[in-house]
Structure formats: structure tokens, C-alpha cells
Design a protein around this ligand. Structure first.
Ligand SMILES: Nc1ncnc2c1ncn2[C@@H]1O[C@H](COP(=O)(O)OP(=O)(O)OP(=O)(O)O)[C@@H](O)[C@H]1O
Length: 676
């Protein structure tokens, strides 16, 4: 009977667009049916193929209903058994005495001696031939049998075009097998192949796949870079205003800041859009460099938009930009969702007619009703927290659709080089790798919650000596409500325990002006202690705050702890950060906290965090919903990534047609998320 036409084909069931996509649907492991094992030679726990003749098959009812089959291997005395806990009556009927079976499964010690539970079995004739290749086991979905996937993959392998896209010398240099060869080996390795290497993904055939994937990514990044260079952006080269701010600043730029500013200025002076990530550890002076960049745009008679993912961060940027730009006679407007009525209309009007040269705000900046007269530069802070569409929307705000604004992204989450190289579409990266002089290291302690009373006593002494402190409440990932409750409770407790001190509270649910009022009060010294949810993570700048207590530090990411801690240590005082943890603390959790305690280097901490949590945390990959890479692992395969990077350049130059074929194979349906 024909299968109903509604049944989707195998590739669709697995989530692929085309049957050819199955070529790269690679096995997760293999079953070896190329040789028969003898039960006497097998250690328990190993999977193997056995053969035997059925002696008896009976249904037992204790301890539960099951089918027990006894078989005898040729030349042995004792029978062995297999059990089926689910079976059909016709299976029972097939298992007549004298029937010869081959079984594949795990052998384990059982009540009657060695046995298999739920092996795969089939009836065979005597001396039936063995499989010529290992049997691949593929990732699958519910209701899709391995046999169907195997068949579909075999069909595609037989018909698809497996031509070689890499030049021979390159393959030889990297020790990589040919594409067709590698693919056949992965889908159907022979008995002589290194199966362990295939399963561990270290086999040359696997390395070939990983290299190809990375190469495709690098090629697409390069093509994208080429496209960008063909787009038009305003040339911004008037530095007079920036020079005036430099003269006004109470400090000289650090060497690192000057170098990075020069890189940005060179980009802005080009007629195609900048696409640059400005990285620097917390407090390294990124915002200051960004403000100078904005002034280059403003000096050229154009507008700048500055955007942060949360209102509190945006407000901090707004305050800094005002402090630096307003004395130069520049109008800076504020725009966030909470801004309503007349104030909102005034901001919108000032942007539309160009009176305001700079707008600072949140996501509200890229709503449809926001029109710039002449947007030339978009600065996006902590960009990895924005979704791809949001970033694109801001870029589309240039007044003339043919002219694209320059894009400067800032991040205090240091992104390891391998990630930056691989994930971001053609991204130039500038790193501020030194802190301004005079910063003191922050003494960090890891303290059990049982010592909370001592911590509170310490807080009292600190504040009595004129210092200010943050008390940061746990992050409860899934629930803003719980976050809020924790902060409100901590605030009430501290206020009761320390009646002589002024304790303030700030959290994400406060209205923008309320938040701003609390922050301003803390900054002005009107509060001794600020209880906060993690909203203060980045960008908050209060020089007199020199103690930070972080509750439930064990729940937070390492990079996040480091960023939080960076809120102190900004003034002349010795600063301290206490990481409070709740018992019991696992060994891993203890190790993680120790990493933050022992290092002040954001990059080193980020590397550890990457190893522990995976790249999604850095890159907002969750927002994009697309996996970063299917096969290659950015940390483990760094050598391949480097090789792919240089090979991409060569291939485009030497054999553009091969490069195109390579891309068509690996990214047949585009990869747009990568290009944002
Ligand atoms: N070269 C410098 N010398 C001394 N102080 C500086 C220098 N550059 C910036 N600062 C000061 O250091 C503090 C942090 O600078 P800025 O806000 O630019 O850093 P950031 O990297 O954006 O920090 P954050 O991690 O807080 O976002 C600010 O108070 C700023 O005035």
C-alpha cells in the first residue's frame, strides 16, 4: 500500500529544507555488525553482534509481563538469553525453536547469566553474510526510525554531487581527506576504520567536515565584508569638537584609549559603514571613547544615536554624555518607553528637526515614530543583549536609505578572539586593554551565608567611615518578580538592622524617574547603602562606592560577577567585594567563585565562563535561535578556525568558483542571522 502522501519526507521530519541537506546529517555513533562476537569473549557492557539458535521463548508474568528467549550459540553448552519488555504477538510467533537469530545490543549480567535486554534482532539463514560497513546511528526525532534515515541518506549519497571544493595543496597541508571520501567514511565506515576517532569526532574525516563548515562561515563573512564596502556611509572627519572635549576632560586618555579612538576615527572617515566592536573591561573608559566618536559625527553636522539594552544602563550613558557634551553646547535628548506625553514629543521633535545632535535611550530609539534628520552613527552598548532585528532596525534609521549609518558596538563582556572571529559578520574589533591609572585592585572574598551577621557588621563600619556600599540581590533568571521580592526583602532587613544608615533600593520595576532619583541620591552621597537587583550590572559609576556585597553569588555567571564587582574600585579608596553564597556549595560552584576571587582580568574570567557555560551567554545566540556552528567547536578547533580564516582569503582570490560551490554546499539556504 502506498504511504499516505501527508507523511513528510525524512529530511523535513529532521527539520531540513531539502533532501540534499541529509548529506551533512552525520551519525552520532556506530554499531558494528561487520563481525560476529562469541559470548565467551565479551565483557559485559559492550555492544556486539551475536548469533544463536532459539531454544525456547516464553512469556513470564513476574516481576512484570515480559518475553524471555533462550538461545544457544554454536558449539556452546549453556544457553544465553534476551528479554523484551514490550513485544507483539507476531514476534512471539516468529521465535520458534530452531530459528536462527542475529542480535545486536549490550550484554549484561542477568539472573540466568549473560543477557541482552531489547536487542535489535532479526532472523537469518546459516552463514548469512555480515555487513560490509559499520551501521550509523543518526540523531533523530520521535517516530522516525533509524532504518528510514539510513535509507534516505544512502539515496542522497548515491545521487548528490560530492565534488571537491578544496585545492589539493591546501588539503595536503592540513592533512584532510577529500570531501567525498570523508563523507562516505562518516556515513559508512569500514571495519578497518578508527571508530573511536569517528565517535570522538577527532578522525580526519570529522576534521574535514569541521574545516569545511568554518571555511564556509569565513567565506560568507568575507563576502559580506565586500558588500559592506560597496555600501555608502557619511564621511565623518571633523574632529574639532572631539578635540575640545579632550581638552576639557580632567584626565588624559590612556594609550589604549587613544589607539582605539584613532581606529574608530579612521573608520568614520571612510565612505562605507564602520562595523566595529569596542571591547574593554569594566571601567576601562569605553564610554569616554564613544562620546569622542559621537563628537566627530556631531562636528560633521550629523546625528548620533546611543542605545543600551536596559533603562538603567541607558540612563547612565545619558548622564555621562550630558556631562561631556552639554558644556560644548550640544543638545542630548533622552528616549525610553517610559518617556510619555510632552517630554516625548519634545525629544522626537528635536531629533526630527536636527536640533538634538545626540539621542540616548533604550529599544524605544528604533520605534517607527522615531525619525532622525541625519543619523550618521549608531552606538550600541552591550550589543549581545539585543536581538538581531533590533540591531538592524537602528541601522535602517538613516534618513537616506542608500546611506547606512556607521555602527559602533561596545561590550564590557570580553569576547574571546575565537568567538569574535567566527561569530560576528566581518567585525573589526578594538580592545581597550589597560585601565586608567590609579585604579586599585578590588579585594574579593568568598563568604558563606552563615556569616551574614558579620558581613552586616562590616558594612556598618565601612559606612561609618564615610564609604558607600552596594548590596546586590540574587538573579533569579526566570522571574523578574522573584528578583524584585528578594531585593525588597533585603532592603527591609538591612534598613531594620542598620537604622543609623540610609538604605536605598533600586530595581527594574521602578519608573525611570524614580530610578534616576535613587541613583542620583546615591551618587550625591545621600544614601549609604544601595540595595539593587542586577540592573546595576554595567555602566553605573559612583566613585565613592567601595564595598559591594553580592548575595547568592553562586547563581551568577562569572563574567557577570566581574562586571558587578567593577562598580566599585573607581575612587581613591581600597575596595572590597564580598561574594555571599548559600550552602551547600558544590565543588564546581566553589571553583567558579574562586576564579573571580583570584583574577581581576575580565578576559581570563570570560574564558573560564565560556568553558563553563558555552558561547550562547556571550553572543545572545539564544535570541537568534540559530546554533552557532553544527560541527566545529570554537575552543577545541581553534587551529582549524585559523586555517579556515586564511584559506578563505586565498580561495576567494584563486578560485572564486570553488568558493561559491563551497558556500552553496554549506550554506545553501543563506545564513542571514550571521550577517547582522
Ligand atoms: N583616561 C582616563 N583616566 C582617568 N579616568 C578615566 C579615563 N577614562 C575614563 N575615565 C573615568 O573612568 C570611569 C569609567 O569610564 P567610562 O565610563 O568611559 O568607562 P566604561 O568602560 O564605559 O565603563 P563601564 O564599565 O562603567 O561601562 C569614568 O568615571 C571616567 O570618567
Amino acid at each position: 500500500m502506498a504511504r499516505p502522501s501527508a507523511t513528510p519526507p525524512v529530511h523535513a521530519k529532521l527539520g531540513y529544507k531539502a533532501a540534499d541537506d541529509l548529506l551533512l546529517h552525520l551519525p552520532i555513533h556506530y554499531e558494528d555488525e561487520t563481525r560476529l562476537s562469541r559470548i565467551a569473549d565479551l565483557a559485559p557492557g559492550r555492544s556486539a553482534l551475536l548469533e544463536g539458535v532459539v531454544e525456547r521463548a516464553e512469556v513470564l508474568y513476574r516481576p512484570r509481563r515480559q518475553l524471555l528467549v533462550s538461545l544457544r550459540e554454536a558449539g556452546t553448552e549453556a544457553p544465553f538469553h534476551f528479554r523484551m519488555l514490550n513485544f507483539y504477538p507476531n514476534q512471539l510467533a516468529q521465535l520458534r525453536p530452531g530459528v536462527r537469530l542475529r542480535l545486536y545490543g549490550d550484554l549484561r549480567p542477568g539472573f540466568f547469566g549473560a543477557e541482552m535486554i531489547h536487542p535489535r534482532w532479526r532472523m537469518v539463514a546459516e552463514h548469512a553474510p555480515l555487513a560490509g560497513a559499520l551501521t550509523p546511528v543518526y540523531p533523530t526525532v520521535a517516530g522516525l526510525a533509524q532504518a528510514r534515515i539510513r535509507k534516505a541518506v544512502e539515496a542522497v549519497l548515491a545521487t548528490a554531487d560530492l565534488d571537491e571544493t578544496l585545492p589539493d595543496p591546501l588539503r595536503a597541508r592540513l592533512g584532510l581527506p577529500g570531501f567525498a571520501d570523508a563523507l562516505r567514511r562518516l556515513h559508512a565506515p569500514g571495519p578497518e576504520d578508527d571508530v573511536a576517532g569517528l565517535e570522538r569526532r577527532s578522525h580526519p574525516a570529522w576534521r574535514r567536515m569541521k574545516f569545511d563548515e568554518l571555511l564556509a562561515q569565513q567565506l560568507s563573512l568575507r563576502l559580506y565584508a565586500g558588500q559592506r564596502r560597496r555600501r555608502q556611509a557619511p564621511v565623518l572627519a571633523e574632529a574639532g569638537l572631539a578635540e575640545r572635549l579632550l581638552a576639557n576632560l580632567p584626565f588624559p586618555l590612556t594609550g589604549a584609549q587613544s589607539r582605539v579612538l584613532a581606529e574608530i576615527r579612521a573608520d568614520l572617515a571612510r565612505p562605507y559603514p564602520m562595523h566595529r566592536l569596542l571591547q574593554g573591561d569594566v571601567g576601562s573608559g569605553k564610554t569616554c571613547v564613544a562620546a569622542l566618536a559621537a563628537l566627530v559625527a556631531v562636528g560633521s553636522g550629523r546625528q548620533t544615536a546611543v542605545m543600551a539594552p536596559t533603562e538603567i544602563l541607558a540612563e547612565q550613558l545619558y548622564l555621562k554624555f550630558r556631562e561631556w557634551l552639554v558644556p560644548l553646547g550640544i543638545e542630548v535628548v533622552w528616549l525610553a518607553a517610559a518617556l510619555k506625553g510632552k517630554a516625548r514629543q519634545a525629544s522626537l521633535a528635536a531629533l526630527a528637526d536636527g536640533r538634538a545632535a545626540v539621542a540616548v535611550g533604550t529599544h524605544a530609539l528604533f520605534q517607527d515614530e522615531v525619525a532622525f534628520r541625519d543619523l550618521a552613527l549608531a552606538i550600541v552598548d552591550e550589543q549581545h543583549r539585543f536581538g538581531v532585528e533590533q540591531r538592524l532596525a537602528l541601522r535602517a534609521k538613516g534618513a537616506d536609505a542608500a546611506v547606512v549609518p556607521h555602527l559602533l558596538m561596545m561590550s564590557a563582556t570580553p569576547i574571546p578572539r575565537s568567538l569574535a572571529m567566527s561569530y560576528f559578520a566581518d567585525l573589526d574589533v578594538s580592545v581597550i586593554d589597560a585601565l586608567p591609572p590609579g585604579r586599585k585592585p578590588i579585594a574579593t572574598r568568598v563568604v558563606g551565608e552563615a556569616k551574614r551577621a558579620e558581613v552586616v557588621a562590616r558594612l556598618r563600619d565601612y559606612c561609618a567611615a564615610g564609604a558607600q556600599a552596594y548590596w546586590v540581590c540574587p538573579l533569579v533568571e526566570e522571574s523578574e518578580k522573584l528578583d524584585l521580592k528578594a531585593a525588597i526583602d533585603a532592603h527591609a532587613e538591612l534598613a531594620a538592622e542598620l537604622p543609623e544608615l540610609r538604605v536605598g533600593l533600586v530595581h527594574g520595576r521602578l519608573k525611570a524617574d524614580q530610578k534616576a532619583a535613587v541613583m542620583a541620591e546615591f551618587k550625591a552621597g545621600g544614601l549609604d547603602i544601595l540595595v539593587a537587583t542586577t540592573v546595576i550590572e554595567v555602566g553605573v559609576d559612583v566613585a565613592n562606592a567601595s564595598l559591594m556585597v553580592i548575595e547568592h553569588a553562586e547563581r551568577m555567571g562569572l563574567a557577570q560577577l566581574h562586571q558587578l564587582r567593577g562598580r566599585v574600585g573607581r575612587g581613591g579608596r581600597e575596595s572590597t567585594c564580598l561574594l555571599l553564597y548559600a550552602e551547600p556549595l558544590s565543588e564546581t560552584a566553589r571553583r567558579r567563585l574562586r576564579i573571580v576571587k583570584d583574577s581581576q582580568d575580565g578576559f581570563a574570567i570570560a574564558r573560564e565562563d565560556l568553558a563553563l557555560r558555552g558561547p550562547g551567554e556571550f553572543l545572545g545566540a539564544r535570541q537568534s535561535g540559530a546554533p552557532l556552528l553544527r560541527f566545529a567547536d570554537l575552543e577545541a578547533d581553534l587551529d582549524l578556525l585559523e586555517a579556515a580564516r586564511s584559506a578563505a582569503e586565498r580561495l576567494l582570490h584563486d578560485d572564486a568558483a570553488a568558493a561559491r560551490r563551497h558556500l552553496a554546499r554549506w550554506l545553501p539556504h543563506g545564513f542571514d542571522w550571521l550577517h547582522a
